[in-house]
Design a binder for this molecule. Structure first.
Ligand code: HEM
Length: 361
């Protein structure tokens, strides 16, 4: 498309809507920097989909409700701290679950997605709610059922009863406010009445799914890249397994897996006002589409496009490019970024310390 039309925003021929595909990194940077206004993340499509299981989520809100919900997320997730103040108790729980998984893997002769996924959700439930939720698979099953329906956005009816069942279960787990968990951090917050914590937590659980995928992909990347595996091992060798650490190289490996296989392949924004774009004026309600794989692996611009190159996350290359954004960018970027990277790298570190992983297929 860029070869044929140039890199200006490209209007798609969709009847009844103005949909614009962004093709240049600077345009991506502009839309993300100017979110949530005039470019709101609360788009028609996202509202219909995420509304199925988090009707009052930050990402699908506007105005004051959005400000309060975003503020709540940033406060509890400690967006601006590389290590959450609860990273100590989190690390203990992550370590226990990874040891258990590694022992099972040894017995079974291999690690596959099904086994990993079970362990990952136990980690997530224990980090978010505590040990009382470790075995509660139902909470994830309820969420999964609503997510399946969310894939059909406005084409399926709202499942009010299933949504209430999920919200009630989330509230029960949050009410326990177990020590050392995100639920305890939620309890400390005393949020504005516009914030429904259960809805924010529904988003966290949904998003931790992507974190598990990124973990497995990073493990696979390291399994087939001896050089990078060696550097990661050196970093682990120089760190204390029992104290929470940033592990910058392993973090870079996770970010690189997300660049190569982004878990959010489309970033969407709707214009809440008319927008001037160079010589053009786009009407209010225009949808802006950022197809992230194009930018992450842009062979025309990036010499490392399809190569696993963790170094771009430590030498400033990725940061300088406004369109390499696995966690989105600007004021509406992912407030869980640091927490995700901590959880995933800590679990990876524990697994890598115990075993040598090889790709079986
Ligand atoms: C690999 C894991 C994750 C990735 C790649 C990721 C990425 C993203 C991206 C790209 C967005 C922006 C979406 C948009 O603009 O439409 C976002 C938003 C968000 N993420 Fe994440 N995320 C991950 C995990 C998490 C986790 C585990 C949490 C919470 C514990 C979280 C909390 C949020 C929240 C609350 C928002 C909405 C922000 C807002 O309304 O401004 N994310 N994430």
């Amino acid at each position: 498309l860029r070869e044929r039309h140039g890199s200006r925003p490209l209007r798609l021929a969709v009847p009844g809507r103005t949909i614009v595909l962004l093709l240049s990194p600077d345009d991506v940077g502009r839309v993300l920097a100017e979110s949530p206004e005039p470019f709101t993340p609360d788009t028609v499509e996202k509202h219909a989909a995420l509304g199925k299981f988090q009707p009052h989520g930050s990402l699908i809100s506007r105005g004051r409700p959005r400000r309060e919900r975003r503020r709540f997320n940033e406060a509890v997730l400690e967006t601006h701290r590389p290590l959450h103040h609860l990273s100590g108790p989190m690390l203990v729980r992550i370590g226990e679950e990874c040891d258990r998984l590694a022992a099972e893997t040894e017995d079974a002769g291999g690690l596959d997605w099904r086994r990993f996924e079970r362990a990952w959700w136990r980690i997530v439930r224990r980090v978010v709610f505590g040990d009382g939720a470790a075995d509660d698979r139902t909470v994830i099953d309820l969420l999964d059922a609503l997510r399946r329906s969310a894939n059909w956005a406005y084409l399926t009816p709202t499942r009010a009863r299933a949504r209430e069942a999920l919200a009630e279960r989330l509230r029960e787990h949050l009410d326990r406010a177990e020590d050392g968990t995100l639920a305890a951090a939620v309890a400390r917050e005393a949020p504005d009445p516009l914030v429904d914590p259960a809805d924010q937590v529904a988003h966290w659980l949904f998003a931790f799914d992507a974190a598990g995928m990124a973990l497995m992909r990073t493990l696979a990347l390291l399994a087939v890249n001896r050089g990078h595996r060696h550097v990661a091992r050196c970093e682990l060798g120089a760190s204390d397994p029992d104290s929470p650490e940033e592990l910058p190289y392993l973090r870079a490996c996770v970010l690189e897996s997300l660049r190569l296989w982004p878990t959010t392949p489309l970033l969407l924004r709707d214009g809440v006002t008319e927008t001037r774009w160079g010589p053009e004026t786009l009407p209010e309600g225009t949808s802006f589409l950022v197809y992230t794989p194009l930018f992450n692996r842009d062979g025309e611009r990036l010499p490392f496009a399809d190569r696993f190159t963790p170094g771009i996350w430590t030498d400033g290359t990725a940061e300088a490019d406004p369109s390499i954004t696995p966690f989105s960018g600007g004021p509406a970027c992912c407030p869980g970024r640091n927490l995700v990277l901590f959880t995933v790298t800590s679990a990876l570190a524990r697994l890598l310390r115990r075993e040598e992983y090889r790709l079986a297929s």
